[in-house]
Write a protein that binds this ligand. Structure first.
Ligand code: HEC
Length: 121
């Protein structure tokens, strides 16, 4: 019995954390990026499109010609960890980067927008 309860608690905490990030809220956070980024079409604006961003190597959109040298040489692959760092403070995370965005200071905003990107994969 004790084992069953332990398993139930473990399952509950796993599904609990899966719901901690909120995709709908992440879509709202993305409004801050829309001036420069499109995520549902391979269309570049001031910034490169973000289609398939999770798992994408940095600076790999060939139709986007304005990448900074810093991003091209970064060796980043965009996943939850690199996006979290970059979006918190783009200029600090990538010295010499060209993204003119102050950053998402709230952890929750970053978690939610990353969940939103993951939901689009
Ligand atoms: C003022 C315009 C602007 C805003 C606002 C902006 N970005 Fe960017 N973004 C850029 C530019 C320009 C680059 C290219 C940076 C470079 O080459 O150093 C970029 C690059 C990126 C990259 C790397 C893409 C790649 O192909 O490697 C990601 C990821 C990204 N932005 C996400 C976001 C997200 C998420 C937001 C909103 C929270 C955001 N950006 C807001 C202009 C912007």
């Amino acid at each position: 019995m004790r084992f069953v309860i332990a398993v139930l608690l473990a399952v509950m905490s796993v599904s609990g954390s899966a719901h901690a990030a909120d995709i709908k809220a992440g879509e709202k956070v993305f409004k801050k990026c829309k001036a420069c980024h499109v995520v549902d079409k391979e269309k570049n604006k001031t910034g490169p499109h973000l289609v398939g961003i999770i798992g994408r190597p940095a600076a790999s959109v060939e139709s986007y010609k304005k990448y900074s040298k810093a991003l091209k040489e970064s060796g980043f692959v965009w996943d939850a960890a690199t996006l979290d760092g970059y979006l918190e403070n783009p200029k600090k995370y990538l010295k010499g980067g060209k993204m003119a965005f102050a950053g998402l200071k709230k952890q929750k905003d970053r978690d939610n927008i990353i969940a939103y990107f993951e939901s689009l994969q």
